[in-house]
Ligand binder design. Structure first.
Ligand code: SF4
Length: 158
């Protein structure tokens, strides 16, 4: 059975005089008619606003050594929990994660994972960090920010 599409409100858009709505989240500035999706595929015009359709759905969960990431002396020797979502605003011809970043099957690809669940999973598996990877996290900004805050909350010393 097909699950209902996620409709998560966003703040980064403006209505246009011709009835379309412009997403202002990334430099593509997609101008969308009702029901249409942006270049990233995961933000859509819905009732005159731009909504995020992948909030709470992630894919590609993997625990990596931090040395796999393009970072220098960032918690050396530690583990990092990696994940991404469907969709991307970029169109790199050399993308190694095209099956995720260009997926149009968000319901079947993404697993449900709340920000708190991701934070708890990272903590349970002794990961000192998480990585938004496989696609450009700007397209799921609201989910990424809430996940970062959930991690911060879990690790904050009272
Ligand atoms: S985030 Fe998506 S919908 Fe918004 S401007 Fe960028 S590609 Fe277009």
């Amino acid at each position: 059975m097909k699950s209902a599409e996620i409709v998560y409100p966003t703040k980064y858009w403006q209505p246009l005089s011709d009835g379309r709505v412009r997403c202002t989240l990334c430099p593509r500035y997609c101008t969308l008619r009702e029901g249409k999706r942006g270049a990233c595929f995961v933000r859509r015009a819905h009732h005159g606003e731009i909504v995020l359709t992948t909030y709470g759905r992630s894919s590609g969960f993997c625990i990596d050594p931090i040395e796999k990431k393009p970072l220098n002396h960032f918690y050396p020797g530690s583990s990092v929990l990696s994940f991404g979502t469907a969709g991307c605003n970029l169109g790199c011809k050399f993308c190694q994660n095209w099956n995720i970043s260009k997926s149009r099957k968000m319901e079947s690809l993404g697993r449900q994972a709340t920000p708190q669940q991701i934070a708890t999973t990272a903590n349970t598996h002794h990961c000192d960090s998480i990585a938004f990877t496989y696609n450009d996290p700007v397209i799921f900004l609201e989910y990424a920010v809430d996940t970062a805050m959930a991690c911060k909350e879990l690790t904050s010393i009272p």
